[in-house]
Design a protein around this ligand. Structure first.
Ligand code: SF4
Ligand code: SF4
Length: 367
């Protein structure tokens, strides 16, 4: 049986107490962290956005976790590497995290400024070796603090997916191409967090991880098993964890359980905490629908003949920052006559550009 705690709060003043209580319910911080250990605290600070967007981990949650680690007598390091094109240190600043950690004995680092290390993955399913930041190798423990959010490619982005931030530089997009879900599982085989705490104070719904909308869910979810924690997080968002490929794969590979009957919920009940999130467009109609309207039946029949979804630019919103061009792993994007253009024949729909665009200027069109 795995234990996952859920704490629902009424306002932000309760965050620190809620984090402390969530950890206490699953055994207390000393169960996970020992005195003198070096601890990498890995939040989701993927882009240069304020925490109020729900794109980054809530600063007060990170502060509360750092205080817990300090209380255990360990040495906390808050480390992240943002999406290609975004400055990690700027992301820490704009999100409000840098300010929130003032006065605490903690280092804040851009994992991409450290050396890279090629590490072997035991019993890999897709990648036998992955290049990561040395910042994730030279520590004794890892605490993953993701946001409760949706993702255009993987449906949810929680503790397991959050570990992608330790991949070094281009390795992030390389692994998107190699099989995003499989490489998330491979990465967690070598770097499985010792403790996962989902920041569900302000979640992100719709076209996540960066182009959706914030949703105030007021939740903290914590546990030792990241698969169980992600399973609970997914249910709380109103989705079926058995249909989330990387969570299912992680369970099949023995990283934890995705069976809700083998997870004991502590604190707030699932029913009380449940907050239905809007699905990303890539998971909405017409693909995968079971609603038997005449329109959907016709669509299903015609699906094979229907054109594929494609990437398009909203030129009014585009500010020509070129982040999309830099991140595209197949060089399908170019700047032509002062406008961004995509070669849809080259595009492999990895959606990295959509994720990287700071101005919501990239759309995924479902014809
Ligand atoms: S243009 Fe296509 S291949 Fe390139 S980043 Fe965007 S979705 Fe991926
Ligand atoms: S589409 Fe977005 S990421 Fe690409 S150049 Fe325009 S603003 Fe930048």
């Amino acid at each position: 049986m795995q234990y996952v705690s859920i704490i629902k709060i009424k306002n932000d003043n309760e965050i620190e107490k809620a984090v402390e209580h969530a950890i206490k319910l699953i055994g207390g911080i000393n169960k996970f962290i020992k005195k003198g250990e070096k601890v990498l605290i890995k939040p989701n600070v993927c882009s240069e956005k304020k925490f109020t967007t729900g794109i980054t981990t809530h600063p007060k949650v990170i502060r509360a976790v750092v205080k817990q680690v300090l209380k255990a007598g360990a040495k906390p390091i808050v480390g992240e590497s943002s999406i290609i094109g975004h400055s990690t240190m700027k992301s820490f600043e704009i999100s409000g995290i840098k300010d929130a950690l003032k006065g605490l004995k903690v280092k804040i680092i851009d994992l991409n400024t450290l050396k890279s290390r090629r590490v072997k993955i035991p019993n890999a399913i897709r990648k036998k070796e992955i290049t990561v930041s040395e910042g994730a190798v030279k520590v004794d423990r890892i605490i993953s603090i993701p946001v409760l959010k949706t993702h255009m490619k993987t449906l949810v982005s929680l503790s397991l997916k959050n570990m992608k931030g330790i991949e070094y530089g281009r390795e992030k997009t390389n692994n998107h191409m190699a099989g995003l879900e499989e490489t998330i599982v491979d990465l967690n085989k070598r770097f499985k967090p010792d403790l996962s705490i989902i920041s569900g104070i302000i979640g992100h719904q719709g076209n996540g991880p960066t182009n959706g909308k914030p949703i105030k869910a007021n939740l903290i979810i914590a546990g030792r098993d990241p698969v169980a924690v992600d399973t609970v997080g997914t249910i709380l968002m109103g989705f079926n964890p058995k249909k989330v490929k990387h969570i299912k794969l992680a369970a099949e590979q023995g990283l934890g359980t995705n069976d809700i009957h083998k997870i004991k919920i502590l604190g707030t009940s699932l029913n009380t905490a449940k907050t239905n999130f809007i699905k990303p467009i890539s998971y909405r109609l017409p693909l995968g629908t079971k609603i038997k309207t005449l329109r959907n039946i016709i669509r299903k029949v015609l699906r094979k003949r229907m054109p594929e979804p494609y990437i398009a630019f909203d030129h009014d919103k585009c500010r020509l920052c070129l982040h999309c061009k830099k991140i595209c792993p197949v060089k399908a994007i170019k700047l032509q006559n002062k406008k961004m253009k995509v070669d849809n024949k080259k595009c492999v729909l990895c959606l990295c550009c959509h994720e990287a665009c700071p101005y919501n200027a990239i759309k995924v069109i479902h014809p």
